[in-house]
Design a protein around this ligand. Sequence first.
Ligand code: SAM
Ligand code: SF4
Length: 320
Amino acid sequence: MLDGYNREIQYLRVSITDRCDLRCRYCMPPAGVPTLQHEEILSYEEIIRLARIFSTLGIKKIRLTGGEPLVRKGVPQLVRQLKAIPGVQSVVMTSNGVLLGEYLPELVEAGLDGVNISLDAIDGEVFYQICRRDCLHQVLRSIDMALAYGLPLKLNCVPNQWNQRQIVPLTRYAGERNIPLRFIELMPIGEGQNVEGLSESQVTALITAELGQPVLAQDNNPADKCRYYLVPGGARIGFISALSHKFCHSCDRIRLTANGFLKTCLQYDLGIDLKPLLQESDETIKQGIMQAIQSKPQGHHFGLSQEQSDETKKMSQIGG
Ligand code: SAM
Ligand code: SF4
């Protein structure tokens, strides 16, 4: 459906848990965050019911996220059921990759269409400094497995004060394996306010100095939030720069938090709490969703003044 600014909303990000097995500095404090109770979290049945209603409103793509989606049991079964919903063309996932290898065969068998794996370093010490857990080997193994299974794969890296010396090794690593590597600009949400990000031009300068100047790819889709470049030697890198290259005018996404709040913009806590509405009919839920989408804000205002409706949750509670 169209929102109040004529944007076609077709992409739903579903956070299925606020728990995580890593503690990335820009996302979670070292001790984690108070997590939701089991009864507060949407059950898989509730997620599937909502996904059916969303699909009747034009949602075509669903991304499972978290926290870390794979710390919740039964994800392959959820994928299978989401894939069976008429109108849902693609079910994908964003994962930190730690548990992915373990579940990959089942996920592929269930019909998962692709995975984005977050990878901020390929050096174990730097990985530990950023994610505060010693899990790099598991993540790299998951990447190898995803490649072996032929699952469409992208890598996400948040360039920051801790991993600037990893930008070039990561680019080489991704290039050698033919995996697109996307640099996500650090957002000043939650813990992100305590970490210094690297700008797109800083990342480009680091790559240019060692590998040569990246060239804008010819196949960029203007509606895509990611702009891709080709690096001499073969790597394909992309930039998702929500702050410095705002893409709100083409935003086609909404977010469902683990406890059932439908967020219409990353930066605002605006939307509708669908959890209490689950007692009502599908039609009532649909009306509530339509009203919320109609009121989706025009765009974020990161870097400008604070507003009363600004989001106070951490990224792990939103799902990125
Ligand atoms: N745990 C999974 C993962 O890390 O891929 C999924 C959830 S995580 C919140 C989704 C994405 O948000 C990750 O790629 C992560 O790097 C990114 N992220 C978290 N905090 C961020 C921040 N402050 N700024 C930009 N990206 C952030
Ligand atoms: Fe966990 Fe993902 Fe947040 Fe890292 S970015 S702490 S892996 S939810």
